[in-house]
Design a protein around this ligand. Structure first.
Ligand code: FEO
Length: 399
């Protein structure tokens, strides 16, 4: 559901709020739902729709356009080809037979493949090309890899509104249009960055640089709330994409018969005693999005697993695969855990993380329940992490 609302003179929010969605791509948890924002920009001569909505919500978009009595749309700007934004294009093309789809060359190919949109419907735009709506000018800024290769941003020059589609967005279902509670939005935007954008950190850095000199009053993404204080989200992104890491250790773990759990408990206390922040995740219960968020800033990951059929536990395999795919800026890694009769867990986990540019600290993998010498080895590992964090100049004593 949603109703059309004017966010600035002749600029309307016409998208949909998805209160109930709890999973994206059948993978990413959405604890607070999401929204598919679309924007109608009415110029003196022409009208443009910026992005559409997920196909499950097409009726909301068409209802909103009817409610605003939109008789004609000249352009539908497709900033991104993924179906949660482009999926209602076929219905918009049916409703407004003269409409042209404006997008990058790469996006055109993808929309033809994904949504079978005929070639004659497209206008492709180059980086920084403009399109006049009469008294309003749309400028298109190519911003590839946020998070697909065809993506662009649309800047409404006169009103200083930047429409960013996925970029800078958040999965949040809320009836508000603009950010009112920055702490809540920070959390949701960080989760979104971690799950969607983090693998493209280097490219996002370039794209942020590209918009640095734009005068921006409003950032209007196609998920979540609109920012009328752009610096809030831009500075958060600058922090997340920076090369700086924090004095934090992330410990994803699973335990079957308490041996690994005992090691984790001991090790977490050892790190806390040394003044290091710890984020511990039981993989049989955790929200994988929370783990991804923790990886945005942490200097170190310590993977803790029992041995199953000589390898790591399958839940650990899943988490390690994701961590490798998300390419966090970790600097250190280690492995702790246990086995009953034999283990190749360390070699197998090492082989699964080619994307993580980390130094591996001596793993601690023990036979059976941990004993005194094993706890000493965990102490040595905690000391090693502390020393490295000091070397990186990120250790800050709380005392
Ligand atoms: Fe929100 Fe990449 O789609």
């Amino acid at each position: 559901m949603s109703v059309p609302r004017e966010l600035k003179s002749n600029i309307y929010s016409v998208g949909a709020i998805d209160w109930d969605r709890r999973l994206f791509d059948e993978l990413i948890p959405l604890p607070d739902g999401t929204s598919y924002n679309a924007y109608l920009v009415k110029g003196r001569e022409k009208t443009a729709l910026i992005d559409t909505v997920d196909p499950t919500m097409t009726e909301v978009l068409t209802k909103n356009l009817n409610q605003l009595e939109v008789k004609d749309i000249n352009y539908v700007i497709a900033n991104h080809a993924e179906q949660d934004h482009a999926g209602s294009l076929p219905q918009i093309l049916d409703m407004y037979p003269n409409v042209k789809v404006v997008c990058t060359q790469k996006c055109k190919g993808m929309l033809m493949d994904l949504l079978l949109i005929p070639e004659g419907k497209f206008i492709t735009v180059e980086d920084r090309e403009t399109l006049s709506l009469g008294d309003k000018t749309l400028e298109f800024i190519h911003a590839p890899w946020v998070h697909w290769p065809e993506t662009m941003l649309t800047y409404l020059r006169e009103e200083k509104v930047l429409f960013t589609c996925d970029f800078l967005g958040s999965h949040l279902a809320t009836s508000n249009l603009f950010v009112t509670d920055e702490a809540t939005v920070y959390e949701a935007a960080k989760r979104y960055y971690a799950e969607i954008m983090m693998p493209f950190r280097a490219t996002i850095k370039k794209n942020l640089e590209k918009i640095r000199d734009l005068e921006i009053d409003i950032i209007a993404p196609s998920h979540g709330l609109i920012y009328d204080r752009p610096e809030f989200i831009l500075s958060a992104y600058r922090d997340w994409i920076s090369d700086e890491v924090k004095n934090e250790v992330v410990i994803p773990y699973v335990s079957m018969h308490e041996s690994t759990k005992k090691m984790v408990d001991y090790f977490v206390e050892a790190l806390i005693q040394r003044g290091i922040t710890v984020k511990q995740f039981n993989l049989s219960k955790t929200d994988i999005g929370k783990l991804a968020m923790a990886l945005v800033d942490a200097a170190t990951i310590v993977i803790a697993s029992p041995t199953v059929l000589v390898g790591p536990h399958p839940s650990v395999v899943y988490a390690v695969y994701l961590a490798n795919a998300l390419r966090p800026k970790l600097k250190l890694a280690s492995i702790i855990g246990s086995y009953g009769w034999g283990s190749r867990m360390v070699e197998q986990i090492k082989g699964m993380v080619p994307n993580l540019k980390v130094e591996l600290l001596e793993p601690v993998v023990v036979k059976g329940f941990p004993k005194e010498e094993d706890f000493k080895a965990l102490d040595r590992l905690a000391d090693g992490i502390l020393n490295k964090h000091k070397e990186y100049n990120i250790f800050k004593s709380e005392g």
